[in-house]
Design a protein around this ligand. Structure first.
Ligand code: MTE
Ligand code: MO
Length: 259
């Protein structure tokens, strides 16, 4: 496997060659035809398993024991979104809340909190590192993002996952202060990348991002988007807000916030 460079197009190309030399270029037009639809689906499946194979060599972020959990885990950034729809939903204990997943997917879908909790979950105790100079160990339970992505069927064109949040940090009227984040498909399919609804065994509090927040454990605190309302699959993110792929990235932070 050494010497393999991660490239969705390369993998799809290899897959299509193996399936009889069909080229996938121009697949946007081809997906209209039902006979070709079957083939594209097959290629997508192959791409996902190829991704999993590549991820097999990927390190997991360190996981800790329950005894290591920090007695205090600071809440940082927004701790109470100011959005009316969010606040109304919060008053109803998020019973009417839904996570929308759309963009470059074949089957866009909305998930209630109950839907998400009914799926298999993952719990991980990890260290959160904020660029402001503090760290804390916490336990997170949620659904692995790859499960949701396979349910909505990511299209071959997709390269990034954008998380749209409920909070507007600088209260700007034009929405430019709305928190958002993005990761590539590599991180999106990583087994420790989860959308968490519980922290240290209890439902996520509003201060920590209720009802749902991202945990992408090999990256810094600002990537861990809280109050996630919508997950959008995109080919590029330069048309969002400041074009750098995240609220803090638009204000100078690195897009890949590796630890
Ligand atoms: N929606 C949203 N997500 C966010 C933030 C925010 O202000 N709004 N702050 C980020 C930063 S800088 C950090 S360190 C963590 C803090 O998560 P915590 O409040 O659970 O400690 O959330 C990140 N995700
Ligand atoms: Mo942070």
């Amino acid at each position: 496997m050494s010497g393999l460079v991660f490239s969705r197009r390369g993998l799809i190309g290899a897959a299509s060659a193996g399936l009889g030399g069909l080229a996938l270029s121009g697949c946007d037009r081809l997906t209209q035809a039902p006979s070709v639809d079957h083939f594209v689906r097959g290629a997508q499946g192959l791409t996902l398993s190829a991704q999993r194979l590549l991820l097999a060599g990927q390190p997991l972020a360190r996981e800790f024991a329950a005894k290591d959990i920090s007695p205090v885990f600071k809440a940082n950034g927004s701790t109470m979104p100011n959005d009316d729809a969010y606040l109304a939903s919060m008053d109803g204990n998020f019973a009417d809340w839904k996570l929308q997943i759309d963009g470059l997917v074949a089957a866009p879908r909305a998930f209630s909190l109950a839907d998400l909790k009914a799926l298999p979950s993952r719990t991980q105790i990890t260290r959160h590192d904020c660029v402001e100079g503090w760290s804390a160990i916490g336990g997170w339970t949620g659904v692995q993002l790859h499960r949701l992505l396979s349910m909505v069927q990511v299209l071959p064109k997709a390269r990034f996952v954008v998380f749209h949040c409920a909070d507007d940090l600088d209260d700007s009227l034009d929405g430019s202060g709305q928190y958002y984040e993005s990761i590539d498909l590599f991180d999106a399919f990583h087994p420790q990348t989860i959308l968490a609804y519980a922290m240290n065994g209890s439902p996520l509090t509003v201060a920590h991002g209720a009802p749902l927040r991202l945990r992408v454990e090999r990256q810094l605190g600002y990537k861990q988007a809280k109050y996630v309302m919508r997950v959008e699959l995109v080919e590029r993110f330069d048309h969002f807000k400041g074009g750098q792929g995240g609220y803090w990235e638009d204000r100078g932070y690195e897009w890949y916030g590796g630890i």
